[in-house]
Design a protein around this ligand. Structure first.
Ligand SMILES: Cc1cc2nc3c(=O)[nH]c(=O)nc-3n(C[C@H](O)[C@H](O)[C@H](O)COP(=O)(O)O)c2cc1C
Length: 198
């Protein structure tokens, strides 16, 4: 089985929900399996180290997860039009993989959740692609052959999957177009990874 690694940060659960649907898309491809991992929060002043295993959500990603995967999908909430600091912090810990070229040539994609429709989904997705390019990864987006990309009135972009969770109170669950595009992104990375391996 070839494993696609899905790594996300999520404070309130929306990005985590997207990650699970992306995993379903990956696992719909024969020969592909999803490995779901999260990253710990960061604080300006660290008084207690994060526990090795989180109390909820996926286990924390380790360097070996990145080495072992045949494709990578990164997810983060949008924060001020950019990825959240915990995901950036995790990426900044991957210099050894950059030095050895461990990720070069592997396919990759990105996804995000925002509070508002025009709150910076595309800028966040693009910002998440930059370190992946430095790693030599092959970036994939979503093609307009996915019908939901043209019909969505919520999230979903050619740069990657996205979700509009709303502001204040309880976060909105992803609508069917957003879910379909999450699954399509997972499927696409898995299919390309298997073709590259062949
Ligand atoms: C510090 C901070 C900055 C944020 N910046 C933005 C933003 O620029 N645009 C936006 O639409 N939403 C913004 N949000 C809202 C989150 O992107 C949104 O609630 C997201 O769905 C949270 O994902 P999660 O449930 O996975 O934590 C921000 C939230 C926080 C806490």
């Amino acid at each position: 089985m070839s494993e696609i690694l899905v790594v996300y940060y999520s404070r309130h659960g929306s990005t985590a929900t997207m990650a699970r649907h992306i995993c379903r898309g990956i696992e719909s491809v024969n020969g592909a399996r999803a490995r779901l991992r999260s990253v710990p929060p960061v604080a300006a002043v660290t008084s207690v180290a994060a526990p090795p295993v989180p109390e909820e959500g996926a286990p924390y990603a380790e360097s070996r997860d990145l080495r072992e995967c045949v494709g990578l999908i990164l997810g983060s909430p949008t924060r001020f039009g950019n990825m959240a600091a915990p995901l950036k912090h995790f990426i900044d810990s991957t210099s050894d993989l950059w030095l050895s070229g461990a990720l070069a040539g592997k396919p990759a994609a990105v996804f995000t959740s925002t509070g508002t429709l025009h709150g910076g989904q595309e800028s966040t997705l693009l910002s998440m692609m930059l370190p992946l390019l430095h790693h030599g990864m092959l970036l994939l987006g979503l093609p307009y052959t996915e019908p939901e990309l043209s019909t969505t009135a919520a999230g979903g972009t050619p740069y990657g999957a996205s979700h509009v969770a709303g502001v204040g109170g309880k976060a909105r669950a992803p609508v069917k177009e957003e879910l379909a595009l999450c699954a399509a992104l997972g499927r696409r990375v898995a299919e390309v990874a298997l073709k590259l391996q062949a």
